[in-house]
Design a protein around this ligand. Sequence first.
Ligand code: NAP
Length: 299
Amino acid sequence: MLTGVRTVILGGDARQLEVIRKCVDMDATVSVVGFDRIADQLKGVSNEKLSVRLFESADAIVLPVVGCEEDGSVKADFTEQPLHFQHEHASALPPHCVVYTGMAKPYLQKLCDKYNLRLVELLERDDVAIYNSIPTAEGAIMMAIQNTDITLHGARCMVLGLGRTGFTLARTLQGLGANVQVGIQLREEAARASAMGWRPFMTRDLADEVGEIDLIFNTIPSMIITAQILSRMQTSAVIIDIASSPGGCDYRYAAKRGIKAILAPGLPGIVAPKTAGVIMANALVQLLMEDNPNRGEGK
Ligand code: NAP
């Protein structure tokens, strides 16, 4: 249990509702900021306005999955009020307080560094990234269906990168009957891909592999689908780029050649906010219990 753990939840989207529910279920003392539009739906929490006082006694601050922007603004779907996490808030936090988010941008990293606050990025954890790969793969497939006029069954699909998301995506495409090729860079990944029934190739040979492809799903977060690669593709091919912004495709040249290339960020929050929220909530609560081992003992 998290009895007595003072948790301040600052902004967020539908995913954060699952985090709030789970923290309340675990008996944490939960204050929420940025939820005034749905205040009557949230039970067991204290609805607050942003103030320095709120931060002075916090054990944990929970920011949205996307953290905060470079000007400190925090995305908050359930309020009209702008929210900012700033120096005055960070400096008011007690030294033991931990700041949790999904993925932190440099502003948040620097703020936490400056005030010696521990920052935990949940999406950096393997377990969270692997669970999150499931709604991500479903979202990528939704985008593929919306943007093609062929079935995925029988389509020649290429997945670039065989990491946490690439693996789940390749398996899901295979389940739909797609013809799956995977672009890898290590020999042992070739063995894994073959064992799974996918055709592996080295991404250094990508230019020779793309000629007949219907769909490319990119998970490699660096420029991989260059103009040279695009020039070898059919113009009917579609690229779904899942990699973090700015993605791995030369969008200017893709548009010039008439190839549909789509950067698709934040898929779990779009296609399955409840599942994505539960994934974050489970990881957060587990960490809060580890970080507060003497709270809620015996409860
Ligand atoms: P990951 O586990 O690190 O997977 C990336 C894979 O790409 C790794 O296996 C990496 O291999 C491989 N790779 C890198 N350069 C390569 C190259 N030149 N050739 C072949 N393989 C290469 O990361 P992930 O969790 O799957 O996430 C992938 C990307 O998707 C990230 O940018 C992440 O932020 C993003 N993402 C987006 C969404 C969304 O909604 N759009 C959701 C989840 C994740 P090494 O490890 O050997 O370098």
